[in-house]
Design a protein around this ligand. Structure first.
Ligand code: PHE
Length: 341
């Protein structure tokens, strides 16, 4: 069954369907011929206007063409979809011959490396690790350490206070108090930890920093033991040729007190910018535990004596790795940290 008017439309539609590239062009062709305003649809809808004799022939031919075109569209659409899927799969196909991507490997932070090394050296001497807490009582941080209310170290500029009695510890020394209060002598502890002071951050200062405290209390502990221990520490930490020296100093919780320096391992005494041309690097403070501190924790200063020291981990990390700005240690820039892998 055919009719010239139908044949004309059907022929055009077949050509359009054959020429369509892809699903969306096929859809356009469908709309143009079979859609609500499509050519064939309009013809079918206008059957009523035709002469009664023509109607059945045109109607039958148009319906037949409609079925044929629908089937054709369906087939081509399935083909186009399958091709599009194939192409998409091809684009994202895995190339199994490519070398794998290595997961980036983390590394320990320089402060952690230095801390662990210090702890390791003292662990080897029989010291055990104690930690305390960063939020401290005024009593442990100051009072028990013989720092009275009017001592300059208690100035509001130096300390972050939560209240009159609670603060962020300004040094690791309050852990001396905690440990001695909790156990009878002898004591041999090494205390790594985070500490806080109200300092403005610059190349050498940070309001958050880290210290390591050491404390040894027993019968007959002397200043000589302190110096010998620190000398051994310096050799382990900074190399076999390292030496140390004491400079008289003052801390309210030690008597006598000394700051200790290590011979500059960068210039070996020749003078450089790290040692400010002096040949020595300041490492920390130390001294014999003040009898009053021993009394405060319930120890008998007639029975036992002790020494203590405290040093800054940042300071040692800066020296050891030749870093010139403490802020680099706190910024977590992976380009910087990756160099310590
Ligand atoms: N706590 C002192 C400081 O932070 C260091 C120190 C520790 C000094 C132990 C003597 C004994 O400066």
């Amino acid at each position: 069954m055919s009719h010239p008017r139908v044949d004309l439309i059907a022929g055009e539609a077949r050509t359009a369907i054959a020429a369509a590239r892809g699903a969306s062009e096929l859809e356009q062709a469908r709309v143009r011929y079979l859609g609500r305003q499509g050519a064939l649809t309009l013809l079918l809808r206008s059957l009523g206007t035709l002469a009664a004799g023509e109607r059945p022939r045109v109607g039958a031919a148009a319906n037949e063409a409609k079925r044929e075109l629908e089937a054709l569209l369906e087939a081509r659409l399935a083909e186009a979809r399958a091709r599009e899927r194939r192409e998409a799969r091809g684009r994202q196909r895995l190339d199994l011959t490519l070398p794998g991507r290595r997961p980036p490997r983390g590394s320990l932070h320089p402060l952690t490396l230095v801390r662990d090394r210090i702890v390791e050296i003292f662990a080897g001497l029989g010291f055990s690790v104690a930690e305390g807490q960063e939020i401290e009582s005024d009593y442990n941080n100051f009072e028990a350490l013989n720092i009275p209310r009017d001592h300059p170290a208690r100035d509001m500029q130096d300390t972050f206070y939560f209240s009159e009695d609670t603060l962020l510890r300004t040094h690791t020394s309050p852990v001396q108090v905690r440990v001695m209060k909790a156990q009878p002598p002898p004591v041999r502890i090494i205390v790594p930890g985070r500490t806080y002071r109200r300092d403005v951050a610059d190349a050498t200062h940070s309001p958050v920093f880290h210290q390591v405290e050491g404390l040894a209390v027993d019968r007959n502990i002397s200043m000589g033991d302190l110096k010998g221990t620190l000398a051994l520490f310096a050799r382990e930490m900074f190399g076999p040729g390292s030496s140390i020296r004491f400079r008289p100093s003052f801390f309210p919780f030690t008597e006598p007190s000394a700051e200790f320096d290590v011979g500059c391992f960068l210039c070996h005494g020749g003078g450089c910018r790290f040692c400010k041309q002096s040949g020595w690097l300041e490492i920390g403070g130390s001294g014999m535990v003040h009898p009053q501190v021993l009394k405060n924790v319930g120890y008998d200063p007639e029975e036992v004596t002790g020494w203590a020291f405290g040093m800054g981990i940042e300071r040692i990390a800066l020296l050891r790795y030749g870093i010139d700005d403490i802020r680099l240690l706190l910024e977590n820039d992976l380009r910087f940290l990756g160099q310590f892998a």
